[in-house]
Design a protein around this ligand. Structure first.
Ligand SMILES: NC(=O)c1ccc[n+]([C@@H]2O[C@H](COP(=O)([O-])OP(=O)(O)OC[C@H]3O[C@@H](n4cnc5c(N)ncnc54)[C@H](OP(=O)(O)O)[C@@H]3O)[C@@H](O)[C@H]2O)c1
Length: 304
């Protein structure tokens, strides 16, 4: 099968290659999925799990990609809940060969059913950005209706989901980003927008929750706006020199079937709009990843 592979950590993302690899087998509790579309996060080459297994041993050549939409083609011993031919969507293990391939083996618990009326490209755009937003707002951030939330990078893949879900839940949403992102962030549900390059974040007053996808000084300045008892939820920490008493949750998104099904259902009934940027195919994927053009939204690779 064809797959996008990295072989050399020193080369990082520049070392990606389209290669022939052996089709995977389904282990206990796995299914094999014929991947129709895969999402991609451009920082993957920086993640330790791209290069090593859980015991820190070199696992290259490694197949990239962790988000998939596709069809089940094989079922491992003891696996329940899915059938051959079923459409699925999911978030693959960080430490296993991934989804930028014609087939991938994945634990069934990492998957949710994908309804027939949700396109594979749309499905593949959802797992990381949707689950990250859901877990940050509702699990780690314990969002309450009526609270004020900063959604950093609100025109980006994660931030656009944060803005929409927080607004649906009854929060007041302050989106941030670059000047050019204002309208997109407002369209994704932000009540107001702060252009971080030209406007003062400090002018927005106090907030209950900060959802940070930018980090550094932006994260630190946002933390100072938190009300007593407020939370900084981050996927980009850790931070130095945060204000005293600030509750900080720096987390890595996890697969969760029930949450992913909630997200898919919202996309299906129009409550949630996915934010797809570049769409490419396996042959052109590496050129897409290496493009110097500014990305807008989630990159999706159509495999079939
Ligand atoms: N820990 C986890 O589980 C987890 C999960 C998902 C994502 N992440 C991480 O979260 C980050 C965001 O992911 P994403 O997929 O949402 O990326 P994305 O689609 O590129 O969105 C980020 C948005 O923030 C904007 N932005 C970044 N720095 C900015 C700044 N200094 N001022 C104003 N706007 C700025 C970006 O604009 P530009 O494109 O112009 O910079 C972009 O619109 C990535 O680093 C990713 O690796 C972590």
């Amino acid at each position: 099968m064809k797959a996008i592979v990295v072989t050399d950590q020193a080369a990082g993302a520049a070392g990606m290659k389209l290669m022939e690899r052996t089709e995977p087998q389904a282990a206990i509790n796995d299914v094999v999925v014929q991947v129709h579309a895969s999402g991609f996060v451009n920082t993957e080459a920086e993640w330790p799990s791209t290069w090593t297994d859980r015991l820190d041993r070199d696992r290259t050549p490694a197949i990239l990609g962790h988000e998939l939409a596709g069809v089940v083609t094989a079922i491992g011993y003891g696996t329940t809940g899915f059938s051959i031919g079923q459409r699925v969507v999911g978030l693959a293990d960080w430490y296993r060969d991934g989804t930028l391939a014609e087939y991938t083996a994945i634990e069934a618990r990492n998957l949710a059913p994908l309804p027939n009326d949700v396109d594979f490209t749309v499905g593949a755009s959802l797992p990381i950005s949707g689950l990250t937003a859901w877990q940050g707002l509702f699990v780690h951030g314990r969002l309450q209706a009526g609270q004020r939330v900063i959604a950093h990078g609100a025109a980006g893949a994660v931030g656009s989901m944060v803005a929409q879900l927080a607004r649906e839940f009854g929060a007041y949403v302050i989106g941030t980003g670059r000047a050019a992102d204002r309208q997109a962030a407002l369209d994704f549900g932000a009540h107001e927008f702060v252009d971080l390059g030209n406007e003062s974040l400090e002018d927005i007053g106090s907030v209950d929750l900060v959802f940070d996808v930018i980090g550094g000084d932006v994260g630190k300045r946002s933390a100072r706006l938190l009300r007593s008892g407020g939370t900084l939820v981050s996927v980009i920490g850790p931070y130095e020199d945060l204000p005293d008493g600030c509750r900080v949750i720096d987390f890595v998104v996890e697969a969760d079937r029930a949450q992913l099904s909630e997200i898919v259902e919202r996309v299906r009934d129009g409550r949630l709009r996915t934010n797809i940027g570049d769409v490419s195919n396996l042959d052109n994927a590496i050129a897409t990843f290496n493009s110097t053009e500014r990305r807008k939204g989630k990159t999706v690779i159509r495999i079939r």
